[in-house]
Design a protein around this ligand. Sequence first.
Ligand code: SAH
Ligand code: SF4
Ligand code: F3S
Length: 482
Amino acid sequence: MSKKRDYHLPSLKDAGRRSREEVSVETFSLSDEAKKLGEGKTYYIRTHGCQANQRDSETMAGILEAMSYRAAQKPEEADVILINTCAIRQNAEERVYGEIGALKRLKKEKKDLIIGVGGCMSQEEESVKTLVEKYPQVDIIFGTHNITSLPALLESVVKEKKRKVEVFSRQGEIYEEVPVTRFASHKAWVNVMYGCDKFCTYCIVPYTRGKERSRRKEDILLEVQDLLKEGYQEVCLLGQNVNAYGKDLKDPDGFGGLLEEVAKTGIPRIRFMTSHPWDFDDRMIEAMKKYDNLMPYIHLPLQSGDDEILRKMNRRYTSESYRELFDKLRRELPHYAFTTDIIVGFPNESEEAFQRTLDMVDHCRYDNAFTFIFSPRIGTPAARMEDSVPMSVKEDRLQILNEKIAFYAKEANKKFEGRDVDVLVDGLSKRNSSVYSGYTPENKLVNFKGKDIHIGDIVRVHIDEAMSFSLNGTAIEKDPLF
Ligand code: SAH
Ligand code: SF4
Ligand code: F3S
């Protein structure tokens, strides 16, 4: 007989179901009691994973501050620690377990410390089981659809001193008017849609983030207009598949239409992540040709250059259709930079299949790429596929691929040597505090020397030298007459 649990486990199976039910839009509110719960107390949030998680952490921070908690500089100083987790690959999960393990000591020293675990791992039944059974230091486990329940969860942990698990496996509403504390004052993430319905066979995201749901266009535009008023220089429109935007709203203008509207707000820099090759339509290309504040950069994940693997991945395109789209984008948008994502070692990937991925990289000559070894995720179809490729072969393939990527990255960067570019400044470089760093419109990282430079400035920089993954330069002094 199994032990009776005093909590509900999430179900990946339920999370993988898609209903035709309309998504409701809810407004967030806080009780007077909740608004005071954090008086005199502090919080610390650690974020893993993608930009969606970064943006969610900003919402968590906003909610905690609305409850009167203040930010702590270090976890050791905090009364509430939240870990926003990622489940995309095994090593991401292992990092999280290591981190939670290390918090045990803090919890021993500080009995009232509250530790919460949110994000994509909290949506997985196996991870929740492990967290509950092996990590007694965790007080709250909350899913990606349960961020707005944080006030209630914190209140009950404070009052009852009992662990709380709240993870909805259903598809989630859209919440508007949720407090947000942005971590940067010059660049902002703006969700345009949540979830993913693509179900690539290797990927956990459709299970951890629910079904595709677009935000109303007016809500997105209001957010961008507010950011502009607050002095933000850049917005990045976020979604797992931004080009599926509006399908659920029956919006005939789709993502291309949204891009135009956002461009018309006049915010200086607009980016978007991620555009799936499927659904990348001419309307988007038209918008990108028309507006200079749409940054000349596209991330177009390839995953594999082999048709058989692409089919097994359920990517919905062939190597030929990807190549056609890519060539069209290069032709129509010649000044754009292109990056991609590639997985090596998908189950039973043959040497020839891997070679076809390398051939595609030779064809596309990407500016950069994120490369990964396939990691089986429990509950996804690919995790059940037979795989006879040894890990050592996968590791060799990753290295060969990475060398090729670095070669083309350097080639693309070389073209910038001697040019003057506009850099949106992020601050001092993380690696070398005697230089500043920031990004060009093409999303190239630039480290540069200069005087009187501030975060959020857009500075003209002369590029002296190209490295594989960054550019080195010198700020061009402004003419004192102007
Ligand atoms: N929505 C985006 C991808 C988000 S996940 C898109 O479809 O483009 C980011 C990247 O992680 C993916 O593009 C893929 O290359 C990689 N990835 C996802 N699941 C993985 C897995 N199980 N093993 C290895 N890499 C994976
Ligand atoms: Fe994952 Fe595919 Fe959705 Fe991207 S499109 S989030 S890779 S299922
Ligand atoms: Fe990771 Fe979830 Fe993002 S799995 S990559 S944090 S959507």
